[in-house]
Design a protein around this ligand. Sequence first.
Ligand SMILES: [Ca+2]
Length: 194
Amino acid sequence: MRKTLIAVLLAAAPMIANAVPISIFQSQNQTVEGEQLDFDFSPIPAAAGNSGFIQIASGPGSTFDLSGLATERFDVFLDGFAVGRYDCPPTPSHITIATCAGSSGRNTFDLVLSFADILADFGVNVGGLIADGALLVTVDFGPRSTPGLSGSRNRLDVTLSYETAAAAVAEPGTLALLGFGLVGLGLMRRRRQA
Ligand SMILES: [Ca+2]
């Protein structure tokens, strides 16, 4: 009986485990001026609160023409919610951690939006947005933004990272089922021995 009990508990261990960190990476190429890129993160588990981040960066070696004119920038949307407009350079506004480099319209950027800051700055609860198992991150470049000046590089990377909710763990229904299963196993053992 003890061995059976241990086996059942081991099988149930994943249910009892704590929140699991998740990190999903996606990459796309901008092919024409002012193209809008959609990054569809789905299906994804619910987030545990408002910790986590979304990183939007020009891919390694890639450059974008965002030379600071009014029409050269990119907007970020989460499930359709506008969370920021970024020009680069000058130093973009509404950014938690970001670096912009380059000149003459050639820019690389590394934009990190933390869940908590997105909520504080823009009133959007990212945990709530991904509770339906999907998050659409849209990067909308201005009409004159040009990928990879000199025709070389045009890659955009988006990474979604967060702790998953531990809600599945202590669900009373699950624990009750587990309990019934253990009682059932015990009864079967007794009958077999009798
Ligand atoms: Ca959603």
